[in-house]
Design a protein around this ligand. Sequence first.
Ligand SMILES: NC(=O)C1=CN([C@@H]2O[C@H](COP(=O)(O)OP(=O)(O)OC[C@H]3O[C@@H](n4cnc5c(N)ncnc54)[C@H](O)[C@@H]3O)[C@@H](O)[C@H]2O)C=CC1
Ligand SMILES: [Mg+2]
Length: 307
Amino acid sequence: MSLYCGITRRRKSFWCCRLLSTYVTKTRYLSELKEDDDACKKAQQTGAFYLFHNLAPLLQKSEHQYLAPQHSLLASLQKPEMETELKGSFIGLRKALFQLNVKDASLLSTAQALLRWHDAHQFCSRSGQPTKKNVAGSKRVCPSNKIIYYPQMTPVVITLVSDGTRCLLARQSSFPKGMYSALAGFCDIGESLEEAVRREVAEEVGLEVERLQYSASQHWPFPNGALMIACHATVKPGQTEIQMNLRELEAAAWFSHDEVATALRKDNPSYQQQNGAFPFWLPPKLAIAHQLIKEWVEKPTCSILPA
Ligand SMILES: NC(=O)C1=CN([C@@H]2O[C@H](COP(=O)(O)OP(=O)(O)OC[C@H]3O[C@@H](n4cnc5c(N)ncnc54)[C@H](O)[C@@H]3O)[C@@H](O)[C@H]2O)C=CC1
Ligand SMILES: [Mg+2]
């Protein structure tokens, strides 16, 4: 789409005409919908919707995956009628997330986080009065004092610690049996990303991080929606003895490159006990922990940066 934009340079104004990319056009349109209730109402007439009931999306089961159908504006129906009419059922996101395609998983996670935030911010924490949502759902306003509340995310650091040849994986008692992951923890208020990584690694396994490198980030819907910030880190040479924090972890250990590479190749981990023990397996592909571990397996030196 061709758009005109006005720019000013050295006190001389002139107009230029350039083609905006599809991404820029879409982004600006979405930004307009957040601020303009009328434009948003208009968009809703032709928009496509995912349906939720008690934070569970309406999904259709197909072989080994779930499909997330989109719908136009519907007449108001009761839950059972809705499920029959649309040939699906409302299923908890925790159960379905790993059997959805990446695009649906991402959009449904975002939608659920937003719905949960609205549900928890019905009242102004200053006046106690009910807050009012705008049409797009991008904010809530207290009519009595005009305070605007915007949806919030909780930053969480997730760190794959390496000693140069091995990587450190751990498990909490709440993890599925046999699954190990990188170390994760909520950022404290006032902390930088680097400080949060250093503190979490020290708290959970008693080690001091020497160097760290940012890898990627991901929105994670559990338990209440977090921004996962993933890093590789190395510990000081010769300081690799794990002092596990038993309040947070059930197990933590160093794993060799071969052990991790083998576990990563298992597409369908066995959750069944074998000879009294649960086999070692890693988080599924969609989790950023999986990406961190894969990066390390493909390039074990990725966390070793020059001083
Ligand atoms: N996407 C991924 O690949 C992975 C995601 N995770 C996520 O990372 C998150 C954080 O990991 P944990 O080891 O549980 O964190 P953690 O190591 O910070 O321990 C959790 C404890 O921290 C305290 N805490 C401090 N701030 C908190 C806050 N804002 N919200 C909740 N609790 C807070 C609570 O006492 C809680 O029990 C988990 O919710 C988990 O879902 C964990 C591993 C992999
Ligand atoms: Mg933790």
